[in-house]
Design a protein around this ligand. Sequence first.
Ligand SMILES: Cc1cc2nc3c(=O)[nH]c(=O)nc-3n(C[C@H](O)[C@H](O)[C@H](O)COP(=O)(O)O)c2cc1C
Length: 145
Amino acid sequence: MTKLNIIYASEMGTAMALAEDVEVTAKNKGIDTELSEMDDVSLESLQDMERVMVVISSTGDGDVPMMGEEFWTAIEKADIDLSKMNYSVCALGNKMYFNFCGAGKKIDKRFSELGATCVVNRHECDDGIDGWDVWAEEVISALGY
Ligand SMILES: Cc1cc2nc3c(=O)[nH]c(=O)nc-3n(C[C@H](O)[C@H](O)[C@H](O)COP(=O)(O)O)c2cc1C
C-alpha cells in the first residue's frame, strides 16, 4: 500500500500535536504513515511522495513557522515536478491576523503550481483545530485508502 506522508510545521505545538493525531487516525485504519517536520523533507524526496497531508500553522505575518522556513525558501524558488502527488492542507491560524492562514495558503498554492493535485480543498482552522477530524477522514478517503 502506498505510504501516507504527513508533513507539519508548527510554532507553538498545536499543529505538531494535530499532525500526530492525524497519524493516529491513519494508523488506526491500517495505513502505513510517515510523519515529518517540514524542514526534514528534502525536495528530492517530496517529488517521490504520492499521498501527502500537510498540517501547518502561521506565524509572523502569514509566515511559515521556523521549522519549515528552509523548506519554504527552497520550494518557493524550486523548479521541481510534483505531478505524482495528491495532497491536502489543514491550515491553522487566527482571523485576528490580517493574513489569515497565510502559511497554509502559500504551501497549498506552491504545491499546486508545481503540478500536485489537491484532492480536498484546504481546511482552515480559526483559533483552534475545529473540523480537523472531518477534514482528515475526507482526505484519507479521497487519497484512496
Ligand atoms: C506571533 C504570532 C503570529 C501569528 N500570525 C498569524 C498570521 O499571520 N495568520 C494567522 O492566521 N494566524 C497567526 N497566528 C495564529 C497561529 O497561527 C494560531 O494560533 C495557531 O493555532 C498556532 O499553531 P501552532 O501552535 O502550531 O504554532 C499567529 C500567532 C502568533 C503567536
